[in-house]
Design a protein around this ligand. Sequence first.
Ligand SMILES: *[C@@H]1O[C@H](CO)[C@@H](O)[C@H](O)[C@H]1NC(C)=O
Ligand SMILES: *[C@@H]1O[C@H](CO)[C@@H](O)[C@H](O)[C@H]1NC(C)=O
Ligand SMILES: *[C@@H]1O[C@H](CO)[C@@H](O)[C@H](O)[C@H]1NC(C)=O
Ligand SMILES: *[C@@H]1O[C@H](CO)[C@@H](O)[C@H](O)[C@H]1NC(C)=O
Ligand SMILES: *[C@@H]1O[C@H](CO)[C@@H](O)[C@H](O)[C@H]1NC(C)=O
Ligand SMILES: *[C@@H]1O[C@H](CO)[C@@H](O)[C@H](O)[C@H]1NC(C)=O
Ligand SMILES: *[C@@H]1O[C@H](CO)[C@@H](O)[C@H](O)[C@H]1NC(C)=O
Ligand SMILES: *[C@@H]1O[C@H](CO)[C@@H](O)[C@H](O)[C@H]1NC(C)=O
Ligand SMILES: *[C@@H]1O[C@H](CO)[C@@H](O)[C@H](O)[C@H]1NC(C)=O
Ligand SMILES: *[C@@H]1O[C@H](CO)[C@@H](O)[C@H](O)[C@H]1NC(C)=O
Length: 615
Amino acid sequence: MHVFLLLAAFPVCALASSVATVLDVQYYIPSKTELAHDFDAKEPFPVTVITSPNATLTASCLNSTISDYLARDDVLTKGFLSAFYFQGPEDLTLAPETESLLQTFGTTRVLWAPSQDTVTLADGPYFATGSGLHRAWRLYDDHTNSFVLPTIPSPTDVDAYEDLPVRGTGLSGDMSIAVPSRLFYKPTPEKPLAGVRIGVKDQYAIKGLITTYGSRAYASTYPPSNVTSGVIQHLIDMGAVVVGKTKLSVFANAWLSIAEWPDYSLPFNPRGDSYLVPGASSAGSGAAMAAYDWLDSTIGEDTGGSMRFPAAQNGVYGIRSTKNSTNNTATPFGPFDVAGHFARDVDSFNSVGAVMYSQVGYKNYTKFPRKIIYPQEYWANINPDYTAPCEEYVQNLEAFLGVNRTVVDSNALWYEYSGQNTSLVDYFANLVPYVSGTNNFTRAFKKDYIAKFNRYPYVALNSAGSASLAPQNSTLGEIGFALQSEFQAFYRHAFLPANEETCSETLVVFPFNGNGGNPWYRDDPATYTVEGRAPALPGYISWNLLSVMNESPEVAVPVGAVEYTSRVSLVGKEYPATLEIQGAVGCDFMLMNLVREVAYTLGLPKGVKTGRRMY
Ligand SMILES: *[C@@H]1O[C@H](CO)[C@@H](O)[C@H](O)[C@H]1NC(C)=O
Ligand SMILES: *[C@@H]1O[C@H](CO)[C@@H](O)[C@H](O)[C@H]1NC(C)=O
Ligand SMILES: *[C@@H]1O[C@H](CO)[C@@H](O)[C@H](O)[C@H]1NC(C)=O
Ligand SMILES: *[C@@H]1O[C@H](CO)[C@@H](O)[C@H](O)[C@H]1NC(C)=O
Ligand SMILES: *[C@@H]1O[C@H](CO)[C@@H](O)[C@H](O)[C@H]1NC(C)=O
Ligand SMILES: *[C@@H]1O[C@H](CO)[C@@H](O)[C@H](O)[C@H]1NC(C)=O
Ligand SMILES: *[C@@H]1O[C@H](CO)[C@@H](O)[C@H](O)[C@H]1NC(C)=O
Ligand SMILES: *[C@@H]1O[C@H](CO)[C@@H](O)[C@H](O)[C@H]1NC(C)=O
Ligand SMILES: *[C@@H]1O[C@H](CO)[C@@H](O)[C@H](O)[C@H]1NC(C)=O
Ligand SMILES: *[C@@H]1O[C@H](CO)[C@@H](O)[C@H](O)[C@H]1NC(C)=O
């Protein structure tokens, strides 16, 4: 059964990339070889590469290595044990009992590296072909339709990515996403995210790929990017592997229902009966995080709630980061646009965050604020089944910090601070529209589209038309920014002052759901504001806009599940309940630390599961 391998003295012909099936699991075989050799294989066959530390490979060493690899990796499966490629010291041999171990593995082929000089391969799953050994990538079905594009690193340009050249076989046009073996990566101080599989919202440019921004018209207007967005490049430099681009609502607008996603259809929220709204605009990143064990983190962005809605709807951790906390050079959607990430557990929420927001030099505070601000208007008139787990978390937070909450009314604080009697929502009514209006992204795109195709583009809700091509009067932008400074002066005084020891003097807490804490179906009518309910009582500023206008961080924390009877399946299901916690500007690390410390100290869940149920 031994095949002695000789290295090819001349280049063998390259195989085109292809797909293979091993024990009913599909794999992607890239054309790139890690070792060139003609294996005389009519069909590609799976091989496990093992490096022996000693000249004699013992059965116990091989067995424990394989057990460890199978436990750590989802790409290597037992099917890969049908062939081995051994490398190691000169004169490497198998101990006699190792031969019998191979029989228990069902091994039929053993290949040997020809000499010590050729110990060049990382251990793990490969395919042998007529060209050589290729790394195996496992293909997973995107059954929630969260991705718009599956990606792989370019074999020729280390800075670039390519569109995965294979598509899925699943029903409903499911895409296949290719993931690399975990065995090929080891985190180091230089690459703390080595091998971490991420999905990236398709508004971030990645060199080599088209950016859709959720719009077919946009995708048809521009060539693939020639540069990668700074924050994504940083994650890649730190070792992360981008496995795909995730869907967003057109130009990241706050469009939440199926009718508002005409081009790349709304992803399926995996929770409950899978017919609930997955949130907007980072819906693809949120739904994928809640659905796939094989995905480690997803990157989104928040302009007016686009991290927090999908985190809340899909029941995962998410953060709207402090303004400018990443090198988000794209910022296509204007001054409110910030990056964020999703996670399923408190540890990876912190570890990915520690890298993602590391470039601005924030201090890592490990002492926590001693004041909890509880704005009562954002707790009023919400489904009590939804507020119950949020209330329980606030009580846990009180116990953890050793304080009682301070109940406030934001308008009362504003009247006291400003000496006026105009409510916050009326006084600051023009802030968001005027500041947002300074952004020319959509106008610039429409002009480019018209220049290229000589007609107007289709944009969701059919917002084409010449009127929107005129830039906003610049005076309005000035008015908007002046209002924002005024709002910040108030909010940073009354709600979120900074503190030298604890970063933020206070934490602000409220529940987050766009439908009064009630189930919210993907085919519900197109608007999220339910009269008199969340996101705000009449006369109050919508809660999603507070951290936006203040440019401060806010974390979405899944705190429990709410039972409901699905109007789709008519059976009992659960959907996520989410509490928001705000801290002062630059307190991103403190908030993520807090969420982890509370979970560990009080024995609360340290994460959520994928799929229908969170716990
Ligand atoms: C390699 O050989 C050394 C010396 O015989 C032994 O101590 C060690 O346990 C061996 N390593 C493995 C992994 O078997
Ligand atoms: C190999 O390890 C597995 C579990 O890790 C164990 O069940 C099996 O008995 C071992 N086989 C041999 C031959 O040691
Ligand atoms: C990228 O493309 C743009 C527009 O075509 C061009 O102006 C720019 O110089 C290119 N940048 C690089 C780094 O190639
Ligand atoms: C930010 O990202 C851009 C690429 O989008 C890059 O050119 C620039 O050097 C980055 N800046 C820093 C400080 O990393
Ligand atoms: C964020 O960065 C932009 C671009 O560098 C700069 O104009 C702006 O003042 C910064 N804002 C804050 C709050 O740091
Ligand atoms: C901050 O400190 C805590 C506690 O030592 C640590 O667990 C965490 O990883 C640190 N975070 C960052 C961003 O360095
Ligand atoms: C919180 O309120 C309760 C009930 O009023 C009181 O007994 C307790 O001492 C308060 N705790 C703190 C830390 O103020
Ligand atoms: C605000 O104050 C003015 C003058 O004090 C009064 O006329 C007006 O009715 C007040 N408005 C509200 C909404 O209370
Ligand atoms: C948008 O376009 C107007 C008019 O051309 C210009 O004055 C303004 O600076 C632009 N805004 C941004 C953010 O580039
Ligand atoms: C811009 O808006 C300001 C304030 O509303 C107004 O006074 C001015 O006339 C406007 N300018 C133009 C060119 O419309």
